[in-house]
Design a protein around this ligand. Structure first.
Ligand code: ATP
Length: 445
């Protein structure tokens, strides 16, 4: 994992937040390549959920919501983790931290950091929602929460979307947006952070058909993830047992990936029954049932949710793409060397191609610049004239760039360039006039 974190920093995928001030715990910033990678993943999700389906509408609800939303959803009362403090060293832990020996709150409870016994407090429930105040007065009546999930923005807009889009049940609402959780034990890079992005879709169905739709969405989500190019053997399902199920859930499956730190969830598919709309109906006093005009019956729709983290999915894509390989030296020396390469699916790669003049003379930079200017109107491409060709290839391997284009001595004679493939290292000559078509074909193929 350290290797991936260091590559992410070196190449500009992910930086620690506020690094020059020593960093802010478990908050990360996406650099020039990271923002492109995450955007490509989000766009792919949006396309498959919203654009390719006539029964799903998009939404972008605000992060701040009426505080009653979080009472109705159960988050004010129940979105908590048990927490213990060490009175001696002032560290904080989850009560179920396996490093704690003995029982917190009892004389045998031992702090895993300072090693003192009897200094741990009894567990207290700690709400994971970030609290702030709306308006100038910091009083209880002004308390407002930063949303810990995007789903509630969808439920409270269910009627607005239904009426304005003229959809009929079954139909869905999809949203991508930030969520905030004051996690007690964050960590593992962007796996568990305090500010993150979710890609959630809530599908509203007739009660009784929820089981079928749940299976349908499980299948669709797995297909989508496989479409990101993730190795099948690194993916598995985990069904929630009775004790794991959230208070609202009838059934739930996680999709897990084998990260370098073990198997962990990065997406959940949940059958939430009618919990959400019923609760909002009760707390708001506004009718949220649905009139089925074909049968003239009314019901509160059930919800099947697909909930993915954009950051965790980006981490899955990065972990899965990261490879170290022995390859031949590409500057012509007769030796092998180790390269780090991100074998990203070309469609997800932040940069689609890099353009290099072989040397900075003989008119090559002029031609290279022209080609670069032409390509970047259509594709995200990069220009690099620094260092040997081999070193430039290695930098693009680490960025996951599928193609490197070199302008050499032959280009001014026959108007062809070399195109080098990231994965096979093979080079072919392509007419510069046909370069864009060639790349577009390869990138979508
Ligand atoms: P976990 O058990 O790992 O805390 P969860 O079961 O609470 O996750 P959900 O509430 O189902 O997660 O959220 C759906 C998705 O949102 C997760 O699969 C994950 O991809 C993402 N997610 C949740 N919490 C975080 C976090 N703190 N940092 C990054 N992504 C997160």
């Amino acid at each position: 994992m350290e290797k991936l974190v260091s590559l992410a920093k070196r190449r500009g995928f992910v930086f620690q937040s506020s690094e020059i001030y020593g960093g802010l715990g478990s908050v990360w910033d996406y650099g020039p390549l990271g923002v492109e990678l995450k955007k490509n993943i989000k766009e792919r999700w949006w396309r498959s959920m919203v654009h390719e389906r006539e029964d799903i509408e998009g939404l972008d609800a605000a992060i701040l919501m009426h505080p009653k939303v979080w009472e109705a959803s159960g988050h004010v009362a129940g979105f908590t983790d048990p927490l213990v403090d060490c009175k001696h060293c002032k560290n904080r832990f989850r009560a179920d931290d396996p490093k704690i020996k003995g029982t917190p709150g009892q004389p045998d409870g031992q702090c895993p950091v300072c090693g003192m016994k009897g200094t741990l407090t009894a567990p207290r429930q700690f709400n994971l929602m970030f609290k702030t105040f709306m308006g100038p007065v910091e009083e209880d009546a002004a308390v407002i929460w930063m949303r810990p999930e995007t789903a509630q923005g969808i439920y409270v807009n269910y009627l607005n979307v239904l009426q304005s889009s003229r959809q009929k049940v079954p139909f869905g609402i999809a949203q991508i947006g930030k969520a905030f959780r004051n996690e007690i034990t964050p960590g593992n890079f962007v796996f568990r952070t305090r500010e993150f992005e979710q890609m959630e879709m809530q599908f509203f169905v007739k009660p009784g058909s929820d089981g079928e739709w749940f299976e349908f969405w499980r299948g669709e989500r797995m297909k989508w993830i496989q479409g990101l190019g993730i190795r099948q053997e690194k993916l598995r399902w985990h069904q929630h047992g009775k004790t794991e199920l959230a208070h609202y859930a009838k059934d739930a499956y996680d999709i897990e990936y084998e990260f370098p730190f073990g198997w962990n969830e990065f997406e959940g598919i949940h059958n939430r029954g009618d919990f959400d709309l019923s609760r909002h109906q009760e707390y708001s006093g506004k009718k949220l049932d649905y009139l089925d005009t074909t049968t003239n019956t009314r019901f509160v729709p059930n919800v099947v949710e697909t909930s993915a983290g954009a950051d965790r999915t980006t981490l899955v894509v990065l972990c899965d793409a990261y490879r170290e390989e022995a390859v031949k030296n590409e500057d012509g020396a007769d030796k092998e060397e180790l390269r780090v390469v991100l074998k990203l699916k070309p469609e997800l790669a932040p940069l689609k191609a890099a353009v290099f003049p072989l040397v900075n003379k003989d008119g090559m930079p002029d031609i290279a610049r022209r080609i670069y200017d032409d390509l970047r109107k259509r594709l995200n491409v990069f220009y690099d004239d620094g260092g040997s060709i081999g070193r430039r290839y290695r930098r693009q391997d680490e960025a996951g760039t599928p193609f490197c284009i070199t302008i050499d001595g032959q280009t001014s004679q026959d108007q062809t360039v070399t195109v080098r493939d990231r994965d096979t290292l093979k080079q072919i000559r392509v007419a510069s006039a046909k370069l864009l078509d060639y790349l577009k074909e390869q990138l979508t193929g």
